[in-house]
Design a protein around this ligand. Structure first.
Ligand SMILES: [Zn+2]
Length: 221
């Protein structure tokens, strides 16, 4: 081996020492996330618009953020499910109590996926137009759901610049589902500034990225 090819050999050896461990670390992370499955539940749909401000309806925003979150999580190698992927509710065709049947069917669909994590997506409304900011709810008395909610809330606080804390609740969806569960209220459509953001593609993508980052933070610790 002449001097030049020796230097080249040394360089390649050194490079492989740097690259290989990085590569292993990346693939370990990818493999560990691949084990987890996540159900995204865009709230309401169809005749049930959820809350609204004029023409701005909650179910449409929930669905858009849900689809972006689906893409974001797929790109991070999770197994991902959606409870709905278009503008319909989950009640039977001739249901006499659509709201009730929608929730019951939502629960059966979610439990049927047998996933690790449920993220239900909603948008808030309040009489006072001042109130704003994304808020994350966790299942009452469920410490792991609280940890997951805190990771998501921290990432959403980064986006909003606010310092919101997580809240617990015993929503029907929390009581009847089996997996780790959080409900994200993505913001208030009663606040003008937030309504404008929530209806923009760019902000919906940013919101979904922060929610995904929260999930990754929780699972990486
Ligand atoms: Zn809602």
């Amino acid at each position: 081996m002449n001097k030049m090819s020796f230097i080249l050999f040394e360089f390649i050896t050194l490079l492989s020492l740097i690259i290989v461990p990085f590569h292993i670390k990346q693939s370990e992370r990818v493999n560990s996330l691949m084990q987890y499955s996540i159900v995204i539940d865009p709230g309401h749909g169809g005749k049930d618009n959820g809350c609204n401000y004029g023409d701005v309806v909650e179910d449409e925003i929930n669905l858009n953020i849900g689809k972006y979150l689906f893409e974001e999580l797929i790109n991070n190698n999770f197994i991902v499910y959606l409870t709905r992927d278009d503008d319909y509710d989950l009640a039977y065709n001739n249901s006499e109590n659509r709201k009730n049947d929608d929730l019951k069917n939502r629960v059966s669909i979610i439990n049927g996926f047998n996933a690790d994590i449920l993220i239900s997506l909603h948008v808030n409304y309040y009489q006072s137009e001042e109130v704003k900011g994304p808020m994350v709810y966790y299942r009452y008395n469920d410490e792991k759901s609280k940890e997951l909610a805190t990771c998501i809330q921290d990432n959403l606080n980064e986006l909003s610049g606010l310092k919101k804390k997580v809240h617990s609740d015993d929503f029907y969806l929390f009581r009847k589902t089996l997996c780790l569960a959080c409900l994200v209220e993505c913001g208030f459509i009663s606040n003008k500034e937030e309504r404008n953001k929530l209806t923009s593609d760019i902000y919906q993508k940013m919101m979904s990225k922060q929610i995904a980052n929260g999930i990754i933070d929780y699972l990486s610790n």
